[in-house]
Ligand binder design. Structure first.
Ligand code: FAD
Length: 470
């Protein structure tokens, strides 16, 4: 490390209070780690971890860092799956966890929240107002609203039904890299038209600013009717999704699938009898129970044309709870049992089946490892294919893990390029800098670099992410 840690610790303490600054090695290690399946190296270690309590604190930290050209990495909960959560260079890590103020204004049609509030807690707080939070990651209990808006991920929801969380953001308060505070957007429920800064900052992955307050529309919470459908093969579900778009059917709020392997794992994990093949689950949303029922029946009629083994509306909430959680449990089980190497393929919808078959083929025929298993699940109605290489062991050398990760990433991203996809969650930089160049070419990448330079001339924020990592 090149910086004087004691000096940085003292300077930051003077700005935000000693109890909110940490320079000890165990804390630094905890913030250097993320979900990536390889080891922390010395250049990932923070100089200091700082936990600001408000916007003025964030501003003071950034002004300090900017004057000394010290990198700053913003940390929500660090649950990003593609390396966004790990500092790429020694940096001050700015943890937003204390910034959890929430004000709900039903009479204005919006709420305002600090970036550090966990999604699950925010959803609970909105429940008495019958408001929907349009963000559904599997990491809901711990992921922050700031991290989710910085990535602009709606996660499980079908985009054609619910769009992205950024579409509901009315305005932001952010701190720019030099410490200036900027307010964007509107207090009206009418969103601004035309060129407007909120649009650049939502989804900017911590590269352009630190988000310190988010104003979001209160969306009426829909009622839902839930459907489960069993199929012999995953391919049958892919046919259904392609037909749904081709025929212009109203899309469900959620449309998830488990392939033949993960359905067995997931169902067993929640105490349900293992199904014979692949499973699809959908939630239809509407304002009234009658509306939900009508939509679900219409959708069941449509499903009947696609040769399911069986499909029905799930009336029992406990049964639905188990079916729904089997999706998350399949992933959890594999994480516990061994090593998983994931991908995110989001092809043009008319190429969904071809893209799936190519993804499976690539993952079952890796050069970097022989004998891995394949399983897949995901938000197929979106459409997102998560294809995973699974090895039932955690004892794999670091360099082999890196090689598998790189090979899975490169080959599945080539499928995205081939079939017009880009990735609909998890964010676009960190792991995907190479992909951006392949998909869009040098002009686009150069544009992103110039955008970054305009906001952050000294490259203070999340240094290393846009440059690409491994
Ligand atoms: C079990 C599990 C399931 C998951 N499921 C999904 C899923 O279904 N879909 C999905 O998209 N993701 C999923 N994720 C990934 C991750 O949880 C989400 O992307 C989440 O939105 C990240 O939130 P976070 O608070 O952990 O952000 P972090 O990982 O801390 O940060 C993510 C990025 O945002 C930046 N950032 C964070 N806060 C701010 C801020 N206030 N201002 C500016 N930049 C900021 C960071 O610098 C970083 O670049 C999952 C992760 C796990 C572990």
């Amino acid at each position: 490390m090149t910086e004087d840690l004691e000096r940085i610790g003292k300077d930051l303490s003077d700005r935000v209070g000693r109890e909110h600054v940490f320079t000890d090695r165990p804390t630094a290690l905890a913030y250097a780690r993320d979900t990536m399946p390889w080891d922390v190296e010395d250049h990932h270690m923070p100089y200091a971890v700082v936990r600001p309590g408000n916007t003025e604190d964030v501003s003071a930290v950034l002004r300090y860092a900017s004057e000394r050209a010290i990198p700053v990495h913003t940390h929500g909960s660090g649950t990003s799956l593609v390396g966004l959560g790990r500092p790429k260079t020694n940096a001050i890590v700015l943890d937003t966890g204390r910034m959890q103020d929430l004000a709900i204004y039903p009479e204005r049609g919006y709420f305002e929240v600090g970036p550090g509030m966990h999604i699950g807690k925010l959803r609970q707080a909105l429940a008495p107002h019958k408001a929907l939070l349009p963000v559904f990651p599997g990491s809901e209990p711990v992921a922050t609203i700031g991290g989710s808006i910085a990535v602009n991920t709606s996660a499980h929801a079908v985009d054609a039904t619910l769009c992205k969380p950024g579409d509901y953001v009315l305005g932001l308060e952010v701190v720019l890299p030099d410490g200036q505070i900027l307010n964007t957007g509107t207090e009206s429920t009418r969103k601004p038209a035309g060129i407007e800064a909120t649009k650049f900052l939502v989804g900017s992955e911590g590269l352009l600013c630190v988000i310190t307050r988010i104003r979001m529309r209160l969306i009426p919470l829909p009622r839902t009717a839930n459907i489960v459908a069993y199929y012999k093969r995953t391919e049958d579900i892919l046919d259904v999704v392609m037909a749904m778009y081709r025929q212009g059917l109203p899309t469900p709020l959620f449309f998830e699938y488990l392939d033949e392997t993960s359905s067995r794992i997931g169902f067993e994990a929640v105490g349900l009898a293992p199904p014979v093949g692949a499973v699809a689950m959908m939630s239809m949303g509407s304002a009234t129970p009658e509306g939900c029922r009508a939509k679900a029946e219409l959708f069941l009629d449509f499903l009947a044309g696609g040769n399911p083994i069986e499909a029905h509306i799930v009336e029992d909430n406990d049964e639905w709870g188990k079916i729904w959680s089997s999706r998350a449990e399949a992933g959890n089980y594999c994480y516990r049992r061994g090593s998983t190497f994931g991908s995110e393929v989001t092809p043009r919808v008319d190429c969904l089946k071809t893209a799936f078959l190519e993804t499976r083929d690539v993952i079952l025929n890796l050069d970097s490892y022989q004998g891995n298993e394949f399983y897949s699940f995901g938000h197929i109605g979106a459409p997102t294919i998560h294809g995973y290489a699974f090895i039932p062991s955690k004892d794999i050398p670091n360099e082999v893990k890196q090689a598998i990760t790189l090979e899975v990433r490169e080959k599945t991203e080539a499928i995205n390029v081939k079939y017009g996809g880009c990735g609909g969650e998890w964010g676009l930089t960190a792991q995907r800098a190479g992909f951006l160049q392949k998909k869009y070419g040098p002009v686009y990448y150069d544009f992103l670099m110039k955008l970054k330079k305009t906001f952050d001339p000294n490259n203070i924020l999340n240094r290393g992410n846009l440059e690409g990592w491994l």
